[in-house]
Design a protein around this ligand. Structure first.
Ligand code: DX5
Ligand code: ZN
Length: 220
């Protein structure tokens, strides 16, 4: 992949024409597509399941970056891998056996990410940072698109990249929530490798153009 990676989140897309929406992203040569799975328990919203991930995956060659905001994610790893997920990211807050859950994801032959919410200490994932391929720092409280970027994410980004260097780890750092044309450059300057954008992409009049602009702005 060419860093930084922009990962459009289809949560914000027009579900009545999902294929066309993803096609517009393909026109901008997206590398990743972010799929937000919400179960109404771990977060106060319900989004979609494996069937829609499979449908979305059939519309693009982009890397399918599946973000599980669900309780008991171990029960769904296989189903999302079978649906075409290239990566599954679980929430530290939902995984009492996080080390084993990461193994379970790797056993599906795909990459594994761990996400933490804005109120969760970075230290909670220190024990697994040499096992994961990606760390997702939530920059909004999960459950909805269109929220505002939480400013102390910048400090958390700096700490996260320092932790990566101290441990000689190689994971990607992804930031998710409230990213737009005004803050995307600062987010990459503070260390993000992958930037998720839902409403900034799908609420734009010209989606391919917006993806290009976001990508250009993110380049350092
Ligand atoms: C929120 C999701 C995010 C969301 C991003 O719980 O994890 O991926 O879709 O949407 P925007 O970019 O609109 O904040
Ligand atoms: Zn997400």
């Amino acid at each position: 992949f060419t860093l930084p990676i922009l990962a459009p989140s289809i949560l914000a897309s027009d579900y009545t024409r999902l294929g066309e929406e993803i096609d517009k992203c393909n026109q901008a040569d997206i590398q990743w597509l972010h799929c937000d799975i919400m179960d109404g328990h771990f977060v106060p919203n319900i989004s979609y399941g494996p069937k829609l991930v499979k449908a979305a995956g059939s519309c693009t060659d982009a890397f399918l970056d599946v973000h599980l905001m669900i309780e008991n994610p171990d029960q769904y790893i296989e189903r999302f891998a079978d649906a075409g997920a290239d990566q599954i990211t679980v929430h530290q807050e939902a995984c009492p056996h996080l080390h084993r859950t990461i193994q379970n994801i790797h056993n599906q032959g795909i990459t594994a990410g761990v996400a933490i919410n804005p109120g969760t200490s970075l230290q909670t994932i220190e024990p697994v940072i040499n096992n994961v391929d990606l760390v997702l720092l939530m920059s909004v409280n999960p459950g909805f698109g269109g929220q505002s970027f939480i400013e102390n994410t910048y400090q958390r980004l700096q700490k996260m990249s320092a932790m990566r260097d101290e441990n000689g780890a190689g994971f990607l750092i992804e930031v998710d929530g409230g990213i737009n044309l005004d803050n995307i450059r600062k987010v990459t300057q503070y260390g993000a490798d992958v930037l998720v954008a839902g409403s900034a992409v799908f609420k734009a009049k010209n989606i391919p153009k917006r993806i290009e602009n976001l990508t250009q702005k993110a380049k350092l």
